[in-house]
Design a protein around this ligand. Structure first.
Ligand code: FES
Ligand code: FES
Length: 211
């Protein structure tokens, strides 16, 4: 009886080991399969990347006074070229469809939505982004006033607003509150800081007149 039990134990041990072996083999095979899958994915990515460059053309963008030579597809927006290719990330991507103004840049001094413009069409124009207007270390008068007036919360709309205020006041340093509001109507602040933004802009205009 004791012998029978020990034989059963041996059998079940053997069965377990055999079963486990099959499982390990299956997992191993799975790993090989996954490995092959990953290689296939990589190959697919590489193919997609090369396809993505199909039709790419050389272009030159003049951003903040510096010329940049790029090769990109004609469908690439100015915002993508700035942020993804040139790492100029001041202009923000929020709606990506011309409704919020967070991507505002200046094209020959005129505010435009970078998400609605093709990079290829921005050639031969002076593109100015918020980076050229002031830096955290050396803020311009508008940026300083935004801080002073608490004109931002999350800050996502701020580069667009600063750029748009710059455009409004560069054209008309005597801009009234109404004119400033009109000039900024293409910019939206989801955090609701409008009044403080307007207040900051009006005060900068006042200071510019005094200077
Ligand atoms: S991201 Fe361009 S308008 Fe909103
Ligand atoms: S501060 Fe958040 S969107 Fe304007």
């Amino acid at each position: 009886m004791a012998e029978e039990k020990s034989e059963q134990k041996k059998l079940s041990r053997r069965q377990f080991i055999t079963g486990a072996g099959v499982t390990v083999a299956a997992v191993g095979a799975g790993a090989v399969f996954l490995g092959n899958g990953r290689n296939a994915e990589k190959a697919e990515d590489a193919e997609q990347a090369s396809q993505a460059l199909e039709g790419a053309v050389p272009i030159t963008l003049k951003v903040n006074g510096k010329a940049h030579n790029l090769t990109l597809q004609p469908r690439v927006t100015l915002l993508d070229a700035l942020r993804e290719r040139l790492q100029v990330t001041g202009p923000k991507r929020v709606c990506d469809r011309g409704t919020c103004g967070c991507c505002t840049v200046l094209l020959d001094g005129e505010p435009v939505y970078a998400c609605l413009m093709l990079a290829i069409d921005a050639q031969r124009h002076e593109i100015t982004t918020v980076e050229a207007l002031g830096t955290p270390e050396q803020m311009n008068a508008i940026q300083r006033k935004f801080v002073e007036k608490d004109g931002l919360m999350c800050g996502f709309c701020t580069p667009g607003f600063v750029t748009a205020v710059h455009a409004v006041l560069a054209k008309n340093p005597n801009a009234t509150l109404d004119e400033i509001r009109k000039g900024l109507r293409g910019n939206i602040c989801r955090c609701g800081t409008f009044n403080r933004v307007f207040e900051a802009a009006v005060e900068v205009a006042r200071e510019m007149r005094r200077a």
